[in-house]
Design a binder for this molecule. Structure first.
Ligand SMILES: *Cc1c(COP(=O)(O)O)cnc(C)c1O
Length: 394
């Protein structure tokens, strides 16, 4: 079995580049250049140097003793929450900003839902002195005021998307329109393993630093460079893709992807794409997505803004359909419990997204011999308002 993308940009039945004629030039330019540039020695040297000194990598692989005791197995946390800006997203934006520079692009556009990718993009644009325009749904701008403030302080222009439901997919449409209108100087910086080929492959490569480090750290700590299970939450799927990447072809490692059941899959208020979704095209890629019988995208829901996405990257659709990945759903309430529990017993406040991955521990039959890595994709600072509102009273 092979889980890397083929020449046409497909993972099994999923992926490709379903884009309007007017985008062919931009996407082809990227497709022709990305591997040549990112595999070059010069690029790798700059990228790894920024990951080390700017992002703060390698992130620790932490043996969570209290959590291990609770589940009677060995549980490690890959601490992506300790990265600069508080999550894994910066691994990708640092990579793409270097690529944009090498391609001679000096104007960066992005879309953002919760604002996390917008902040990670505005951060690297400030670092490189590049113009940054972030499209964001008008409703999301109201809901995510602290991230809007961060982007502005970092020098980005936040442009409201005022059409449709005024959320992420409308912001995406605006960003694509902008890219079509500005094909020469503009680079479109996508935040997850979604979008037309080559984005899913490129973003997975940038996030693969997570499992690259994991191999070395596990070897050091356990004498074996792989765990029995890796658990990661899936919005678009980039932190999971990075945590799985170097183990995709190792059948000894169970790959567990956790999606947001929201209020429950039967309630109509969830983002459980593999359970509720069907094949279709979103954001230029053929994949699984939540849609009605007319092919209209269903508005997703999750308590965690980063998992509130109606699709899933094509790699994950392939892992699901081929059976290589195990997909588990976790509700808002289960994720909240897991977040309070980790905080109480390990002194680590996780992001709500990452709390979904932690909650999956309850749903696995773990044995004392199991070595498990949970990818802690981000820290909980951004979620404090929710955590305080929902704090258990006893
Ligand atoms: C954005 C985000 C996610 C979801 O995005 P993926 O592309 O699925 O990784 C998960 N965790 C955190 C902390 C995030 O900020």
């Amino acid at each position: 079995m092979n889980y890397t993308v083929n020449e046409k940009g497909f993972y099994g039945d999923f992926g490709g580049a379903y884009i309007p004629e007017m985008l062919h030039h931009n996407v082809n330019e990227l497709k022709e250049q990305y591997l040549k540039i990112i595999e070059s020695k010069e690029f790798q040297k700059e990228y790894k140097s920024l990951l080390k000194d700017y992002v703060g990598r390698p992130t620790p692989l932490y043996l969570a003793k209290n959590l291990s005791k609770k589940y009677n197995s060995t549980i490690y946390l890959k601490r992506e929450d300790l990265n600069h800006t508080g999550a894994h997203k910066i691994n990708n934006t640092v990579g793409q900003i270097l690529l944009a520079q090498k391609m001679g692009k000096n104007r960066i556009i992005a879309e953002t839902g919760a604002g996390q990718h917008g902040v990670a993009t505005a951060t690297v644009c400030a670092l490189m002195g590049l113009e940054c325009i972030v499209y964001m749904g008008e409703i999301d701008i109201q809901r995510q005021a602290p991230n809007v403030a961060r982007m502005k302080m970092l020098g980005a222009e936040v442009r409201p998307a005022t059409s449709g439901s005024k959320t992420l997919k409308d912001a995406t449409n605006e960003a694509i329109r902008d890219w079509i209108a500005n094909p020469v100087d503009t680079y479109y910086l996508i935040g997850s393993v979604v979008g037309p080929h080559p984005y899913p492959d490129m973003v997975a490569r940038f996030q693969s630093i997570i499992s690259e480090e994991m191999k070395i750290q596990l070897e050091e700590k356990t004498g074996k460079n792989y765990p029995d299970k890796i658990i990661a939450c899936v919005g678009g799927g980039s932190n999971a893709a990075g945590a799985f990447y170097h183990y995709l072809d190792n059948p000894k490692v169970e790959l567990i992807a956790v999606e947001a059941d929201g209020l429950g899959v039967a309630t109509g208020e969830s983002a459980a794409t593999t359970q509720l979704g069907s094949e279709g095209i979103i954001h230029g890629s053929k994949t699984l997505l939540m849609q009605n019988s007319e092919g209209q995208i269903t508005e997703p829901y999750s308590i965690s803004a980063g998992l509130d996405y109606p699709g899933v990257g094509p790699l994950h659709a392939h892992l699901f359909k081929s059976g290589r990945g195990t997909f588990i759903g976790v509700t808002d309430a289960e994720a909240l419990n897991a977040a309070y529990e980790l905080t109480k017993i390990e002194g680590i406040i996780p992001a709500l997204e990452s709390a979904h991955a932690l909650a999956a521990l309850d749903k696995l039959a773990l044995s004392p011999n199991d070595c498990v890595v949970v990818n802690l994709s981000g820290r909980g600072d951004k979620d404090m308002e929710t955590y305080i509102d929902r704090m258990p009273t006893n």
